[in-house]
Design a protein around this ligand. Structure first.
Ligand code: SF4
Length: 575
């Protein structure tokens, strides 16, 4: 029998990415935090718990010693949605195997990896679970498995799900591991779970495998934020739920009181938080309970930080696909939900919420508080050429009728065991690959680009952009938050720093921006010519005639309001 007090444990985070749960840096998912909390609850002293990310192990081979020497090594991972990542590289199956081989103690694997791992993390794949040579694989909740395994003296556990009381304790007790994350404290965003399960049964989705929704009461989520905030976390995403509007209700209808307790409670315990975003809102909830939903959306928009996105799983605007895959919302209903979120959440800091949605010359130059995002999924049963046309028509209508979308996410289906899609697999997605590619380009060019200009017009200020990488003489970075815009800043600036920027131009899903406010006395030619209305000869004149006492002093011949971008004062920060 192994005494928990003497146990040394290493947790390795290979990252997770689920439809409603992010874990690739800068995100930290709930898995390592809850697992650490379950260990502490089972009697393992905190100082004997080591946490490494897979990138941390790649960066310093000495850290593998912790994998080798731990009495218990826990691997957490699994990607159930396709994606490409800048902030970290998810563990490859060979690396996961190497972890199992390296561990001299007991090894346990858990997380969404239990749903299966594809050969590569891509769409249009079928998946199958492999045990990758671990002693134990948690087929229920890994944190429950860890708790039971430690209690049994590392003998074994029964696969089970954890209950709400357990998760409430473990979420708070495990908050301490965040300070072992390489991105801690400034470039880290904690994913928060408010519920699991879903009242609906879409054919492709793994969420119904968790059953009907069960909600964590507001005080337990607020307590977790309090604990994370004590460990220096300033960025939060309420991402782990099928539908934030249904939070604390009967499973389907909104309960604005619970939302108010949740959001105001978070603001109370973490008054200095810098990001509070969400993910996943079900449009059908808005259509069926419009008044309660409007109230819920208003509460969210009052407490969140700008640039927030309520991702809607429309998946398909084609009624045939909707019918065959048990999708719960029609294109018409989704349009109605887009309108309502725009009307309640589409205002910008510095203006009245009742003005929403606002864009154009008079709108304040900040991102709207809360806008819808649209998820479209391809390769579903019944998909035909017309499906692509219907999706395009839906998106055109949103634009033409004057509404905003913060993000359009188009992907191909991954077919998981246990979902209805597992019989069809990737067959339709593979047949339609060419069509898919053409349509994706069309959406980017015809919708994404003008929509982005509407959401973030030139002059829009994006505070705290974290500079991440260089490419072709440009520095790219993003804000922390839900689906942040990719920002390109002219020139190669030092990476790892955080700057405020003002948007000057738009791509399909990215913007070009200059540091804000740009100092006329110090700006480079590249930065000056990036500003709309300043060509290279004007920029050259500005540089030659420096220094200036004021912007007006520079006498720049342009029709653009330069004060949106430049200053001659020392740089100030935006809050
Ligand atoms: S509504 Fe459908 S896609 Fe969304 S979580 Fe529920 S089952 Fe999954």
């Amino acid at each position: 029998m192994t005494d928990p007090e003497t146990l040394s444990v290493t947790i390795v985070d290979g990252y997770v990415d689920e439809p409603a749960h992010f874990g690739v840096p800068p995100y930290i998912s709930t898995y390592p935090r809850y697992t650490a909390g379950a260990l502490v609850d089972a009697g393992v002293p905190r100082e004997q718990i080591t946490y490494h990310t897979i990138d941390g192990l790649r960066d310093d081979t000495n850290r593998w010693r912790d994998v080798d020497e731990a009495d218990l090594m826990i691997y957490l991972g699994g990607m159930t949605v396709p994606g490409k990542y800048v902030g970290g590289t998810p563990a490859e199956p060979d690396e996961v195997r190497k972890l199992a081989w390296t561990a001299s103690g007991t090894s346990l694997m858990g997380g969404p990896v239990k749903f299966g791992v594809g050969d590569e993390n891509a769409g249009a794949t079928e998946t199958e679970r492999q045990d990758l040579d671990f002693d134990f694989v948690a087929k229920g909740d890994v944190e429950a498995a860890v708790f039971d395994l430690v209690e049994s003296g590392l003998e074994g556990f029964n696969n089970r799900m954890r209950d709400v009381d357990e998760v409430s304790r473990w979420a708070q007790e495990g908050a301490f591991v965040v300070d072992q994350h390489p991105n801690h404290p400034n470039h880290l965003i904690a994913e928060l779970e408010t519920s699991r399960g879903c009242a609906y049964r879409c054919s492709f989705c793994t969420e119904p495998l968790y059953g009907n929704p069960s909600f964590r009461p507001p005080p337990t989520v607020v307590g977790e934020v309090d604990a994370l905030s004590d460990y220096g976390v300033k960025h939060f995403r309420i991402g782990r739920q099928a539908d934030i509007l249904a939070y604390g209700g009967d499973g389907e209808a909104p309960n604005p009181d619970a939302l108010r307790q949740l959001y105001s409670g978070i603001r109370e315990v973490a008054p200095d938080l810098e990001t509070l975003h969400l993910d996943n809102m079900n449009p059908i909830t808005i259509v069926e309970w419009p008044e309660k939903s409007r109230e819920g959306i208003r509460i969210i928009a009052e407490h969140n930080t700008p640039g927030d996105t309520a991702a809607f799983g429309l998946e398909s605007a084609d009624p045939v696909v909707q019918e065959e895959n048990n999708l719960n919302v029609s294109a018409e209903e989704c349009f109605e939900a887009v309108r309502i979120v725009n009307e309640e959440g589409g205002w910008r800091p510095g203006e009245e919420p009742t003005d929403a949605p606002t864009f154009g010359d008079d709108a304040p130059r900040r991102l709207p508080k809360l806008l819808p995002g649209i998820n479209l999924l391809h390769g579903l049963k019944g998909e035909r050429e017309e499906t692509y046309e219907r999706n395009m028509a839906f998106l055109r209508r949103v634009y033409d009728e004057g509404y905003m979308l913060r993000r359009i996410n188009i992907r191909q289906v991954m077919a998981f065991d246990g979902t209805d899609m597992s019989d069809t697999g990737a067959e339709i997605a593979n047949e339609h690959k060419k069509l898919f590619k053409r349509y994706k380009t069309q959406v980017r060019e015809e919708i994404d680009n003008p929509m982005l200009e509407r959401v973030a017009p030139p002059g829009t200020v994006l505070p705290d952009v974290h500079l991440e990488y260089h490419q072709d003489g440009t520095t790219f970075g993003r804000q922390l938050g839900t689906y942040p815009l990719l920002v390109g800043v002219p020139g190669e600036r030092a990476l790892g720093q955080t700057i405020d920027v003002a948007v000057v131009d738009h791509g399909y899903r990215s913007v070009t921006a200059v540091p804000y406010p740009l100092d006329l006395n110090a700006a480079s030619m590249d930065e000056l010519t990036a500003i709309p209305g300043i060509g290279s000869s004007t920029a050259g004149d500005i540089v030659v005639d420096r220094p200036y006492e004021s912007v007006a002093d520079a006498r720049v011949d342009t029709t653009v309001d330069l004060s949106q971008f430049v200053t001659t004062r020392p740089l100030e920060r935006v809050n």
